[in-house]
Design a binder for this molecule. Sequence first.
Ligand code: ATP
Length: 562
Amino acid sequence: MDPIQQELDVLIRARYPILYLVSWEEPRVMRTLRSIARRQEKELLTWTVTDGWTTADGRPPARPGDAGGRRSTSPAPRRTRSSTVEVDQALDALDLVEQWDSGGQGSARGALFVLKDFDPYINAPAVERRLRDLAMRLPYAGYKTIVVLSPVLKVPSHLEKDITVVDVDLPGYDDLKAILDRIVKSVSPEAVMLDDEGTEAFVKAALGLTSAEAENVFAKALVMDGKLERMDVNIVLSEKKQVVRKSGTLEYYESDAKFGDIGGLSALKDWLRKRRGSLTQRARDFGLPEPAGALLIGVQGCGKSLAAKAIGALWEMPLLRFDIGSVFGRYVGESEQNMRKAIAVAEAVAPCVLWIDELEKGFSGMSGGEDSGTSSRVLSYFLTWLQEKKKPVFVIATANDVQKLPPELLRKGRLDEIFFIDLPAHKERVDIFDIHLRRRGRDPKNYDLDALARAARQFSGAEIEQAIVAALFDAFDENRDINTEDIKRNVEVTVPISRTMAERIEALRDWADERARPASFAEDLVEPEDEDGGEPAKAKASRATARKPKVEASVSEVKPEG
Ligand code: ATP
C-alpha cells in the first residue's frame, strides 16, 4: 500500500467524516479510493455537477423511498433552496449522503461519497451549514465518509475543524517507473535503448509530473522517432519545465553560471562545495542531516543571485526560481493555495535547489495587517515547511534589505546559515575583472588588473562589469580594442552605489556583523596599504574577522528607533 492509500485507509476506518483531497490526479486518486472501498467492503459513489451521483457501475444510486435497493433513474427532486440551481444541486447531493442506506440490502458496510470539484459550492452558507451538520452526524450514522476531491483547496474558516485536508503527493519514483515499465513492455524490445542508468535518468526527469503527464510524455518520446533512448530525457525535461511554469510561481531556471564565474566569496563557495552531495542518500546513510538552506544577504550587485544560480550547476540539480511575491493572490485562500502548490511542485521535482530571490519583497508589509493575516499565514506555512521538510529541497534565499525580513525567518534552525556578501575587496576585484574580461574574449594578462582593482575600490561586481562594458563601447566606437585606460576612465566616472547608499550599506554591515557569516575568508579581505583611505575602520575590521553568526537574534532588535 502506498503512503497516501495507507493514510486514507486509516482516516476512513477512524470515521473521519469529511476528507478533502487536494490533487490534480483524479484518475490516480479514484483508483486509490476504489481499492480502499473494495478492501473495506464499502460502496463508492461519485458526484459531479454534470452527472449527479453515480455508483461504481455508473448508474444512479437508489434514492430514499425507492423500494428495497431498487435503483431509480429519475433525477433528484429539485427544490428552490438557494439563489442558484448549482447550490441547490450541491444541497441535494449532501441530502443523499445523509439518507443513503446501502440500498436496503441489509448490509451496514457503509460508503465513500466522492464529491468531485465541489469547491465552488463549499462557500455557500447553506452548503457550509449542511456540511457542518453532516460532520457532526456522520460518525454516528453508519460508515459513511465524504471525500471532496479537487485540485484547489478551499475550506471556509467555519469548516476548518470539521474537514481533514490531505495533500496527495505527485507520483514518486516508483510510481513513475511503473508507468515507464508499462510503456516499455507494450513496445518491441528493439525500440527501447535504455540501460538501468538511462531508465533512472528518464524517471527522475519525470518527477514533478502527474501520472497522466508522465504517461503522455513517455509516449511522445517514443512516438517521435519510434524509439526510447537516453537522449529523450530532454523531451521529458522540457515537458517538466512547462509544468513548473504553469505553477505560476516557479520557474525552471536554466543557468550556465559556474562557480568559476564568481569572483571572491571564498567562504560561501567553500561552504557550498562541502555540501555538494548533501541531498543524496549517501549523505543520509553517512549520518548527515538534510540541509535546509542558506540566506544570502548583501550589498546590491555583489553576486548573491549569481551564487544562487551557480549552485544548481555545481550540485547538478534543477534550479527552481520561486517568485514569492507572486503567491499573493486577490481571492480569499488563493495565496495559501499558491504557496502549497509551489512547495508541492518543488518537492515533486526534488532533489532540487529552490531559489527565492528578493525574499524581503514577498514578506514585506506584513506588519501592515491590511491583508487580514494572509501574509502571516503564508509565511507561517512556509516556515513550518522549512523546518519540517522531509524532501531534499535546498532553499537558497537572497535579500538586500534585512529590515524588511520577518524576524521569524532568521531564527536558529530555520536555515543552516546566513551569509553576508559585502563589496568585494582588492583580491576579489582582481578576480572579477579577470572573469569579466575573459567572458568578453579578452586575455586578462594584457591588462593591469591590480591598477584597475585599486581604481574600483568600493565598487560592486556589477559595477565592475558595467565599467568593462562601457569601455568596450568606447573602443568599438573608435575601431580599436580596449585597454586598461578605457576601463579605468569608466571606473572613474562611475558613482558607485557604495557612495550613493553609504548609510544603508553601513547599517547592513552593522547588522551582519553580529548575525551573519562573512561570505569571504578573512585573508581575501585585505586592501592594499597605500590606498586604504575610504573604508570605515570598523566595517573593515569586522569583515576581516570570520565570526560565528548569532542568527537566533531577531532583526527587530536592530531596527533603528522610530
Ligand atoms: P541584486 O540584489 O541587485 O539582485 P545581486 O547581489 O544579486 O544584486 P547579481 O545579480 O548576482 O547581484 O550581480 C549582477 C551581475 O554582476 C552578475 O550577473 C555578474 O555579472 C556581476 N557580478 C556581481 N558580483 C560578482 C562577482 N562576485 N563575481 C563576478 N561577477 C559578479
